[in-house]
Ligand binder design. Sequence first.
Ligand code: HEC
Ligand code: HEC
Length: 248
Amino acid sequence: MRASWAALGVVLSVGTVEAQSAGRWPPDSLVNTTVIPRGTPVIQVVGRMRNFAFDLGVRCEFCHDGEPGKDLATFDFASDRKRTKTVAREMMRMVDDINRRLDSLPSRPVPPVRVTCATCHRGVSRPMPLSSLIAEVAQGSGADSAIAAYRGLRARHFGSGAYDFGESSLSVSAFRLGRASRFAEAFRILDLNAEFYPTSSGIEVFRGNLELMRGDTVAARRAFREALRRDPSNEEAQGRLDTVTPRP
Ligand code: HEC
Ligand code: HEC
């Protein structure tokens, strides 16, 4: 008896989901929310959803069942078919958790800083340091793909704060590739960096370190000297040069 009630319960709830998903925008009530309280006004939920989309640089169909560009009335917002939607739910719980912990900070400065999706996502759906992203693409698909990825990201996101296009990102990528003994890729990435920062002394220090890693002390010395020529006050370059210059 109990088992059949449970079965009926499942049938009923599935039936409700399907009935409500049949084309009405905005919907008049919430159907399948487990983080947002059911009584929340739909208009408020939609506002929150717009923020999700903006913060991740995506559209509704990134998480919801629906065709890009189609009328929202044709979307099945209650469906949990997409992985991204279920991940987003975990993210909502995580953000609530973070903010609760922040609320308990001792002598918290005012006004308090709230964490939102944008704190980490800054307009991208899978936030990741640029240095890791480029090193991963270079290792998986080669230097040409990594360079194309960097140029594409730079053209699209420069100035948005989504990625750090400062000098250190590509140098760190190159260094990581060197650690993995992927020297051909490492030097290509470093050359790409030099294209954007042509007078950098720091890039030449990275070049020298990479040359040392692959065992070319002559080329390393040349790079450290070049770093010093560009910036005579670069103590790291001087220190590295001293360690690789044979003493008389
Ligand atoms: C990053 C993922 C994500 C994006 C983008 C997103 N949503 Fe959602 N949406 C969710 C999640 C997760 C829930 C369920 C929340 C819960 O369980 O409390 C939800 C629930 C909803 C609901 C309530 C569905 C129900 O069960 O009644 C509506 C309506 C909705 N979203 C509309 C939109 C619209 C419109 C957009 C585009 C402007 C949008 N969403 C963009 C993740 C997203
Ligand atoms: C503390 C940082 C942080 C916050 C805050 C945060 N996210 Fe995320 N989010 C991440 C990271 C990191 C990943 C990538 C995890 C992975 O795949 O390794 C991610 C992944 C996701 C993904 C999956 C993307 C994909 O393509 O696989 C979704 C969807 C998402 N976040 C939604 C949200 C939403 C919605 C919010 C706000 C409610 C939010 N996130 C808040 C850090 C954050």
